[in-house]
Design a protein around this ligand. Structure first.
Ligand SMILES: *Cc1c(COP(=O)(O)O)cnc(C)c1O
Length: 394
């Protein structure tokens, strides 16, 4: 008989979520407005330490509106980490922008600051179009343009070299949209991810470290940006007794019922981070010594929420065992694992856009595997996983 399924990253409720949902029902605020929303945003601001927050229907929606605030127009360059989930880049295309994809570096698996600077210079002097002639039809009359935004990502909870990236952005005066969708609870030198960029975004999708079943939020020190995002996220209704619209809006505001889940989840965020970090430690202790197995350490001053524990397996050192063999062996035992994100420059939809770098993101995709990382995993579950992995390494 098959043992019970172990999922990659299932939701994990704390307990009080249902009370906040009950409150929404009692007050009959079953709408994208109400006190759960106000209080959830207040709690988010306190947690991330960043002036203003807006809760939205998804992280993707928050990225979309952020790029609108940063005035991304058709033909504009937007620099984005290639190694990520498609939701970081898709909104650039919603607006007709040109994603310029940047490879990762080895210490954090995130955007390489040196490659970022090279790409910025190529955009500004227009040489990017000589290097990528397929852009000619997209850039319009002026290939030499300052990029409108930089999107670094804190992959799997490991912070990017965000201080270096923000310094380069400041040098060229380009706004930073910090995609912290996977990194709520992560920090650099004590400062929370999501609070470094001009705008920070988090996600509360069902598989993230805390969830509202679906949802996201935007952060900014700039209150006028958050006010404008609120206006755009609620169909751009002008302040009149009847519905009057002077611009195109969106229906991107989070429901007050779901914000109730978010309030409860924020209360247990610290515990969730502790559990995920304990998973990482367990796997590293049990598997870290195996030949060809590699775990990503935290650089000095970096604190990861360890949303997902990822391993790299180099088949040249592991006696021929690769990450796909491990994934299949786990699947046979009813255990879910998953390859790392396939980089955007290797995706058919983005393959014609510029890429700066070599093979770092590609190698992460080829050798990487995300192990079950839920905060509700028991020691018995973890033991089941490592037993399967060890059994195929001789
Ligand atoms: C999950 C995720 C998003 C999108 O968030 P949704 O809430 O699912 O729309 C964006 N970027 C990254 C890196 C993510 O992992």
């Amino acid at each position: 008989m098959q043992q019970e399924k172990i999922w990659l990253s299932p939701p994990h409720m704390g307990g009080s979520e249902i009370d906040y949902i009950q409150e929404a029902f009692e007050l009959n605020w079953i709408a994208p407005a109400g006190q759960n929303l106000d209080k959830f945003e207040r709690d988010l601001v306190a947690r991330i330490g960043c002036g203003n927050a807006l809760a939205m229907t998804s992280g993707t929606a928050a990225i979309h509106l952020s790029l609108i605030l940063m005035d991304v127009q058709p033909g504009d360059y937007v620099l984005c980490q290639s190694m990520t989930f498609c939701a970081s880049v898709n909104p650039v295309r919603y607006l007709g922008g040109i994603p310029v994809l940047i490879d990762s570096e080895n210490e954090t698996w995130n955007m390489d600051p040196a490659l970022l600077e090279q790409a910025i210079q190529d955009c500004m002097d227009g040489s990017i179009v000589e290097k990528n002639p397929s852009l000619k039809s997209l850039v319009g009359d002026s290939p030499a343009k300052k990029p409108k935004a930089i999107i670094p990502i804190h992959l799997y909870g490991m912070p990017a070299k965000i201080e270096e990236i923000c310094a380069i952005a400041a040098k060229y005066q380009i706004p930073v949209l910090e995609d912290a969708a996977e990194a709520i609870g992560s920090k650099v030198d004590g400062q929370h991810c999501g609070s470094f960029g001009d705008i920070g975004v988090v996600s509360f999708n069902g598989n993230k470290i805390i969830t509202t079943s679906g949802g996201g939020a935007m952060f900014s020190k700039n209150k006028s940006w958050i006010d404008r995002a609120k206006f755009l996220s609620t169909q751009a209704k002008e302040n009149r007794p009847y519905y009057h619209h002077e611009e195109i809006g969106y229906n991107y505001r989070l429901s007050n019922v779901l914000a109730g889940i978010g309030r409860g989840q924020l209360e247990v965020l610290d515990q969730r981070v502790q559990s995920r970090r304990a998973n990482f430690e367990y796997y590293q202790n049990q598997l870290g010594h195996l030949p060809g197995f590699f775990f990503l350490e935290e650089p000095e001053g970096f604190y990861s929420n360890r949303w997902l524990t990822c391993i790299l397996i180099d088949p040249k050192l592991s006696g021929g065992v690769d990450s796909e063999q491990v994934r299949l062996a786990l699947e046979k035992e009813n255990i879910e694992s998953r390859p790392l994100w396939k980089p955007m420059h290797k995706q058919p939809v983005f393959k014609d856009f510029p890429f700066y770098g070599s093979d770092i993101a590609e190698r992460l995709f080829e050798q990487g595997l995300c192990l079950p990382s839920g905060s509700s995993l028991s020691e018995k579950d973890l033991n089941r996983v490592v037993t399967v992995v060890k059994s195929i390494i001789i």
